[in-house]
Write a protein that binds this ligand. Structure first.
Ligand code: SAM
Length: 279
């Protein structure tokens, strides 16, 4: 197997730093450095970018990103046991890797990043969706990032790229496709990870659009789709009745029928409804 750098193999790193995987931290590690370099390539040209990586663990993807030429990587890791291993990578790539020990849900990484920024991560499954939704729903657009290259459970990846009428269509599809181009870039079987998770995974690549596809307020749109898909089989007038006392009128003025069901309403319809609710 070819080498992407001169650091020790990841199995050796894990053994010497005693990084046995912890389920509570969503730890399923990628140990094949050729695979992590391939994932890093899905993020595009990194040579002029800072890359934010959440959950570097023992550093497989971190090494892929650096070997693929990332200008700088900022890696945020909650597990204190991983920090020494990550510092060894930082020493091998002087000035190009900054490691922050902390919880990605609590830390604001912006002060540590210089634009342009791309985000790449093999996300801990328990916080992956929450982080994605945060990155997709800031009040202003464009966001601080140009692209997101993120590993998810296959079922979550399918929800991000889903089209109206499909079972996977819902809140994630709408929020992702409203302001970005989203596609599945790679599929990975469980045995690509150590330990193998129960389900398959996929890398999703999202590119931020310069402007949202349709005008809407992010907070209102989030509220509408959360309510609509919370009860996806119900008619819109029932699912959304808590949002406004005159919801039927608002649905009409958005060009929607009160008897429509959320899973058939396209992105444009939800944005029109968000505008009608804010009018
Ligand atoms: N990137 C590594 C890889 O590909 O082998 C590890 C990926 S593993 C699926 C998820 C990583 O996220 C773990 O290292 C875990 O400790 C870390 N993690 C879990 N919760 C976190 C949080 N709230 N903030 C930052 N890192 C977290």
């Amino acid at each position: 197997m070819s080498r992407i750098d001169t650091l020790p193999p990841l199995r050796q790193v894990i053994a010497s730093h005693q990084l046995s995987a912890r389920k509570s931290l969503g730890q399923n590690f990628l140990l094949d450095l050729n695979l992590t370099a391939k994932i890093a390539r899905q993020a595009g040209d990194l040579s002029a970018c800072d890359v934010l990586e959440i959950g570097p663990g023992p550093g497989g993807l971190t090494r892929g990103l650096l070997a693929e030429g990332a200008r700088r990587v900022l890696a945020v890791e909650k597990d204190a046991r991983c920090i020494a291993a990550l510092q060894e990578i930082a020493a091998a790539y002087p000035g190009r890797l900054e490691v922050i020990e902390g919880d990605a849900l609590q830390i604001d990484p912006l002060a540590h990043l210089t634009p342009p920024v791309r985000i790449a991560a093999n996300l801990p499954y328990n916080i992956g969706t929450e982080l994605l939704v945060r990155w997709l729903t800031p009040p202003d657009w464009p966001p601080f990032w140009q692209s997101l290259t993120l590993m998810f459970q296959r079922e979550v990846a399918d929800r991000i790229v889903a089209q109206p009428g499909s079972k996977a269509y819902g809140r994630l599809a709408i929020l992702a496709q409203w302001r970005s181009d989203a596609r599945i870039a790679m599929s990975l079987p469980p045995d690509a990870f150590t330990p193998p998770p129960k389900v398959s995974s996929a890398v999703v690549h999202l590119t931020a659009l310069p402007r949202p596809r349709f005008e809407a307020d992010a907070a209102t749109l989030s509220r509408v789709v959360a309510a609509a898909f919370n009860q996806r089989r119900k008619m819109l007038r029932a699912a959304l009745k808590g949002l406004a006392p005159d919801i039927e009128d608002r649905l009409h003025s958005a060009g929607l029928k009160p008897t429509d069901r959320a899973e058939r309403v396209p992105l444009e319809g939800f944005c029109a409804l968000a505008r009608a609710l804010d009018a």
